[in-house]
Design a protein around this ligand. Structure first.
Ligand code: URA
Length: 300
């Protein structure tokens, strides 16, 4: 961990009891007894939708002998479940929403691990999501090597007192390789790895032509998509550059992003996959995650 990047000025007071931390968007506070059972957390799994979080937690519980599932009471922003050492939490759509969830969960995990840097090192983080493929058919599962912005530069925040804050969007290679290895030979699962672009917007910043507002032409859209393709970008989503950037900032060594593609953006803009296809895409990214968790979670 990079202890110098952890906000000790705020967080150490939570550990010594001089202040309570309010994880407002999750509806819990650091003194809440519900957190006592979460001290053994070994992985934090995030997904955009609450329904996916409920499904993942059910699945992980079944794989762990029907382990008890603990839910946080507040669900109007994010849905949270804890079972068998894994905290599952939704993050909504896009980096503004997901950054709230990630920051509150980093604070929560710091509290649960009593600020012990070795214990924090052991926590695995993963976002499991959906994306638009770049040169890949719908249904491909992409394990990201790097999260970049639409201009292929790293994630940055623009309005700080010190100017721009830049974040390292690379995902740890060892974790990515371990995910690929845990899924080698799995039938009917198309799994690849490559760079991921995180757009600030589904339509404009992903160069779609089907938004209510559109600034691109078929030509400018294809120039952008081909440029991404030529630079090794395999998919486009809306959270990965921030997710990797914040976890790198604290120095977590094990984290990943696994996203299924809903369509090939070189072929179009609209998501036309059927409900059954979308269910299969979602299940496939879950399979990739759970195969990794089962092989790599200490004691899992
Ligand atoms: N999510 C995105 O951000 N873009 C897509 O094209 C599909 C899912």
């Amino acid at each position: 961990m990079r202890t110098e990047n952890i906000n000790h000025g705020f967080l150490d007071g939570v550990l010594d009891g001089s202040r309570e931390d309010v994880y407002y968007h999750f509806g819990v506070v650091s003194s809440d007894p519900v957190l006592d059972g979460l001290r053994g957390v070994r992985a934090v799994i995030m997904a955009g939708s609450g329904a996916r979080i409920r499904e993942f937690a059910e699945r992980w519980s079944q794989l762990n002998g029907g382990s008890e599932i603990v839910a946080f009471p507040k669900e109007d922003r994010f849905v949270t479940r804890y079972t068998a050492g894994v905290l599952f939490a939704s993050h909504g759509m896009g980096m503004p929403s997901a950054s709230i969830a990630v920051q509150e969960l980093m604070r929560l995990v710091f509290f649960l691990k009593c600020g012990d840097l070795d214990a924090l090192d052991d926590v695995f983080w993963c976002r499991v999501g959906t994306s638009g493929g770049v040169g890949l058919p719908g249904g491909t599962v992409v394990v990201s090597s790097e999260g970049l912005m639409a201009d292929l530069k790293p994630y940055r925040l623009l309005r700080g007192a010190a100017g721009q804050y830049w974040f390292d969007g690379r995902f740890p290679a060892e974790t990515r390789e371990a995910i690929l290895a845990a899924n080698a030979g799995v039938a009917d699962l198309r799994l690849v790895s490559g760079k991921t672009v995180a757009g600030n917007e589904f339509f404009l910043e992903q160069f779609r032509l089907d938004g209510a507002v559109c600034f691109e032409t078929p030509e400018t859209k294809m120039v952008w998509l081909r440029w991404l393709n030529d630079h090794g970008v395999r998919n486009i989503e809306m959270e990965g550059a921030m997710f990797a950037g914040y976890l790198n900032h604290w120095g977590f060594p094990r984290f990943a992003m696994i996203c299924c593609t809903l369509l090939n953006r070189l072929d179009g803009d609209q998501v036309t996959a059927t409900a059954a296809e979308l269910q299969k895409f979602s299940e496939d990214s879950g399979i990739a995650l759970f195969n990794y968790l089962r092989a790599n979670l200490p004691g899992g």
